[in-house]
Each structure stands twice: as structure tokens, then as C-alpha cells.
Design a protein around this ligand. Structure first.
Ligand code: UT7
Length: 326
């Protein structure tokens, strides 16, 4: 045993909005089919936030569940870090709105924008706070309403994304928890996956042939994602002196089943040890890893003491991983 302070997952929670949009529903809107979507992505359905239901609403529900699972009261939280690309407002941050809703007023609260890697980035920040002794009980959230910025006439993007949120409560622990995190970014590829409007650059819909919407060159992103995830997985194993067979569960970003399978293959991991939820909710960006983690925990698959590898890749590009003993 060392003097190191670990950030241990004390509880997980998640939330999906009630409304479900199936592949068949989308086939009524654009030229696509259930078969194409399923075979190319693994997605069967996605959830869509109701009118007026926001990212913070989803984050709040997921956070309540994580706090309950951890047996932690909101006033015990001493930091909130929220990964999102679809905040309720430009400011205040969604983390501040969530903090007030939970009744955790006074603790620091901020958003992290790393697109689909938002949760892994937020988890890393929280881990550093705990390791340094600056925080003891941290709420980490990934929450998105990506469907708010989709072009519903663009079949190359609208079939992929959904809304959802996940959360974890981290507590300082002397025994075990997050073992290492590894983050990367490459801003040179921004145009392969982006939403090109913004406050400072201006809202210029005419330049991009539409309003606020996600644009993606899917097959290029696919190749970059597989390569980056392969490399961050290797980096994580090496940093911890681990053999790939020692990982108990892979909890990947849920964008595309084929990308997930490629990473599993790299780890020589049977799909039975990979958490897959993309079929149920599509790509929920920052929400995806904590949604999968919560499913893994609540289904009883993941047991205390097991070694989990979390990873994500997203717009930016950003990518990263977290290795933890649950
Ligand atoms: O979370 C952030 C990271 N994002 C990702 O990881 C997404 C990465 N990319 C992907 O998941 C995949 O590239 C997609 C699922 C987006 C696309 O799959 P693909 O196998 O790479 O297909 P493609 O883009 O090369 O397109 C193949 C064909 C094209 O038709 P042609 O040119 O071959 O005639 C597309 O126009 O599929 C067509 N297509 C569709 N057909 C039916 C594209 N979207 C659709 C659709 N329904 N929804």
C-alpha cells in the first residue's frame, strides 16, 4: 500500500429521455433503412429529449441516481465537472446550473468541452483534483442533447446520434480507484467532425449551407478513431505494465459497433467482456461512456475489484482513456 490517493467510483447513474426514435422512424424521414443503420453502426434506436427538456435536465436525473448509488448527499460534493458539447446556455455553464438544481451551492463547478471524449476528459480532471488532495467527493457528468444540432435531412449524420446522460460520484480512497488516464487532441482535423458556427466566429448559416448542425466525413473519422483508440489502449497498457489479457471489461465510447469491435480485437478481448449499449441509444457523445458504465454496474456484469478500461474518441479530434480498478 502506498500513500497515493485514488479516485474511486462510489456510484454511477444514467438517464435517457422517454421519447424513442427507431431506425424505421428515420427511414420515413430520409433515404435510409434499418438494415443499413444496423449493419454499419450497430444502432437500433436513439432517445430524443422532449421539447423544453435540456442537457441539464438529463444531467440532473443521472446525477441523482449516481448520488443515491454512492450514498452521497449533494452538500457533500466538493467539485462538479460536466462534459458537454450541447450546454443549455452559452453561460452560465451547465455545471453551475446543475449545481444549483442539486443544492450543492458553493463548490466549484465547470464544463469541459471535448466533444465525444467529454466524459473521459472530465473524469481525468476530477481524478487530478482528488489525487492532489484538492477535492474528496466529485460529481462527474457527461450529458448531451446532440439531436438539437442535427440536420434531420442529412442521412449521413442524423441516424447516428441521440440524447442521454451518465454520471459518477468519485470519492478519495487510499486503496484503489483510477490507476491512470491518458488524453490527446489534434486540432488539425477539425473539419472532419464539427459544428462550424459559434459565438466569436459568428453565426453565419449561409457559409455552411445550414444553421447550427453537426457536419462529419464519417469514413475518415472512422479510420482516425480506430487508429487513435488502438494507440491510446497500447499507451495505457504500457504505462501500467499490463498484459492486454488482464483487463476485465472494455467500456468504450458508443459511436459505432465496428469501431468498438476493432478495439476489442486489438485487446484480444471476446465481445462478452465489452459493454455495448450503442444499439439502445446511438452516439450520445459525452453521455456515452458513463451510460455504458452505469449499465455495466447495474446489470451486475462489473464487479468490485475488476479492472476496467474506458476510452473515447470525438470531434477536435480528442481522444483518451482511463484505467481503473472498480
Ligand atoms: O463519436 C465521434 C466519432 N464518430 C464516429 O466515430 C463516427 C465514425 N464513422 C462511422 O461510424 C461511419 O463512417 C458511418 C456509420 C458514419 C458511415 O459508415 P461507412 O461504412 O463509413 O459508410 P460511408 O460513409 O463510406 O458511406 C457508404 C455509403 C455511401 O454511399 P455510396 O457513396 O457508396 O453510394 C453513403 O452515401 O453509404 C451511404 N450512406 C447511407 N446509406 C443509407 C450514408 N449514410 C447512409 C444512411 N443510409 N443513413
Amino acid at each position: 500500500m502506498t500513500d497515493r490517493i485514488y479516485a474511486r467510483i462510489a456510484g454511477t447513474g444514467s438517464y435517457l429521455p422517454a421519447q424513442v426514435l427507431t431506425n424505421e422512424d428515420l427511414a420515413q424521414r430520409v433515404e435510409t433503412s434499418d438494415e443499413w443503420i444496423r449493419t454499419r453502426t450497430g444502432i437500433r434506436q436513439r432517445h430524443v429529449a422532449a421539447e423544453g427538456e435540456t442537457t441539464v435536465d438529463l444531467a440532473y436525473q443521472a446525477s441523482l441516481r449516481a448520488l443515491e448509488a454512492a450514498g452521497v448527499q449533494p452538500e457533500e460534493i466538493d467539485l462538479i465537472v460536466l462534459g458537454t458539447t450541447t450546454p443549455d446556455l452559452i453561460f452560465p455553464s451547465s455545471a453551475c446550473l446543475l449545481q444549483h438544481r442539486l443544492g450543492a451551492n458553493g463548490c466549484p463547478a465547470f464544463d469541459v468541452n471535448a466533444a465525444c471524449s467529454g466524459f473521459v476528459y472530465a473524469l481525468t480532471v476530477a481524478d487530478k483534483f482528488i489525487q492532489s488532495g484538492a477535492a474528496k467527493t466529485v460529481l462527474v457528468v457527461g450529458a448531451e442533447t446532440l439531436t438539437r444540432m442535427l440536420d434531420w435531412s442529412d442521412r449521413s449524420t442524423c441516424v447516428l446520434f441521440g440524447d442521454g446522460a451518465g454520471a459518477v460520484v468519485l470519492k478519495a480512497d487510499s486503496e484503489t480507484g483510477i490507476l491512470s488516464t491518458h488524453l490527446h487532441a489534434d486540432g488539425g482535423k477539425k473539419e472532419l467532425l464539427w459544428n462550424p458556427v459559434g459565438v466569436s466566429a459568428g453565426f453565419k448559416p449561409e457559409e455552411h449551407n445550414a444553421g447550427v448542425r453537426v457536419l462529419m466525413t464519417g469514413n475518415e473519422v472512422f479510420k482516425h478513431a480506430v487508429k487513435a483508440l488502438d494507440s491510446v489502449v497500447e499507451e495505457t497498457l504500457e504505462a501500467n505494465g499490463l498484459d492486454r489479457h488482464e483487463i476485465d471489461w472494455l467500456i468504450p465510447h458508443q459511436a459505432n459497433l465496428r469501431i468498438i469491435e476493432a478495439t476489442a480485437k486489438r485487446l484480444d478481448m471476446p465481445m462478452e467482456r465489452v459493454i455495448v449499449t450503442v444499439d439502445k441509444h446511438g452516439n450520445t457523445s459525452s453521455g456515452s461512456v458513463p451510460l455504458a458504465l452505469d449499465e455495466a454496474v447495474r446489470s451486475g456484469k462489473v464487479q468490485r475489484g475488476q479492472l476496467l478500461l474506458l476510452e473515447a474518441f470525438g470531434g477536435g479530434f480528442t481522444w483518451g482513456s482511463a484505467l481503473l480498478r472498480y
